[in-house]
Design a protein around this ligand. Structure first.
Ligand SMILES: [Mg+2]
Length: 356
């Protein structure tokens, strides 16, 4: 069961709906892909979406880490030696988490295909279907209303509203979103580090008044002491995203007083399934809820996140809408969106087919 062929490539893919968040405008995404094939003809695939604004990893660094001799060490290795291979990937690709995530998930995909089982069952399934939020970007209240109506029409029942540029405008837009969505739709917000301490404090009333589940990353990623100074009842409803990228940070953040009650785990921040499982386990031990987030990504890496999410007891929230907006995707399948819930395919591995 030797790996005999290693292919990597990069693709620029336009987004169907360019969007604005507190830190950036997004219209296109550059992704990397990894394809591993064994001498028995089994194939494992992975994809990476570097998040330079969060991790500092550029697409060029990501591509270079995988190109040429970058993955030559995999040639001839036994794909069943998952533990050793994923550890070696971690040490060889340490500075480039999205490149590492692509390789790590391709190794898991291949391993689960050898066992002819869905990856989630190899890892130990504990969830079957949870709703995903879909993101409403920073825009006028009227545009937000139209976008919300479209998402409700497509069956989504959970919205993530981007905030963080202007508190008053955020409040107005959020009120319109709640009024449009009605009382039964779940709403969460993400400020992407855009608020100061006073605005973060003011979020407590906003969450209560508009029945908002939680607020993601109101303060700067390193403003942990400020976050710890917030009332416990509010901290419990703060999700940490930019503040928790790697396992060592998670280790620090599970200790009291916790700056937030939720971790947003993304494979592209932490470097793949292996470290994501570590962070989710720390969250479980530290009584922190886990949400699973993403960048703009192929369904390959979204499926990898979903298999991982459904194998972690601490998983409570999904924000895995990152492939729904790609104009095209080299992967197909992995999961279905059924009335706003994500349901995994029953095929082996990640359950994703590569269209090339
Ligand atoms: Mg976020």
């Amino acid at each position: 069961m030797k790996i005999r062929r290693v292919e990597t490539w990069r693709e620029g893919i336009p987004l169907l709906r360019p969007y604005q968040i507190a830190t950036a405008h997004h219209a296109e995404v550059d992704l990397v892909f990894v394809r591993l094939e064994t001498d028995t003809g089994l194939v494992g695939i992975g994809s990476g979406s570097p998040a330079e604004h969060v991790t500092g990893e550029t697409i060029e660094a990501c591509e270079t880490a995988l190109d040429g001799e970058g993955l030559a060490w995999l040639d001839g290795r036994d794909a069943r030696d998952l533990g050793a291979l994923r550890r070696e990937a971690r040490s060889r690709l340490r500075p480039t988490p999205a490149a590492r995530a692509a390789v790590d998930m391709a190794l898991y995909d291949l391993f689960a295909r050898i066992l002819d089982r869905p990856l989630v069952d190899v890892l130990g399934r504990c969830h079957d279907a949870l709703p995903t939020s879909i993101t409403v970007g920073i825009q006028s209240a009227d545009d937000a209303r139209a976008e919300v109506l479209e998402y409700l029409g497509r069956g989504f029942r959970c919205l993530k509203v981007k905030i963080g540029l202007d508190f008053e405008a955020d409040l107005e837009r959020l009120s319109v979103v709640r009024e449009t969505a009605g009382p039964s739709v779940a709403i969460r917000v993400d400020a992407n580090q855009g608020y100061d301490l006073q605005e973060a404090r003011a979020l407590a009333a906003v969450l209560d008044d508009l029945d908002i589940e939680f607020a993601e990353q109101p303060l700067q990623a390193d403003a942990l002491e400020q976050s710890r100074s917030l009332p416990a009842s509010l901290r419990h409803r703060i999700a940490m995203d930019e503040s928790v990228q790697v396992v060592a940070q998670a280790f620090d953040l599970v200790r009291e007083p916790k700056p937030g009650g939720i971790f947003n785990i993304k494979l592209m921040k932490c470097g793949g399934i292996t470290p994501a499982l570590d962070i989710a386990r720390l969250a479980e031990l530290g009584r922190i809820d886990v949400m699973w987030g993403c960048m703009d990504e192929s369904c390959i890496s979204i499926a990898a996140a979903l298999h991982t999410a459904y194998a972690c007891p601490a998983t409570r929230y999904l924000d895995l809408d990152g492939s729904l907006d790609l104009a095209r995707d080299p992967g197909r399948g992995g999961f279905l969106v059924r009335e706003g819930n994500l349901v995994l395919d029953t095929g082996p591995g990640l359950g994703v087919e590569l269209l090339r």
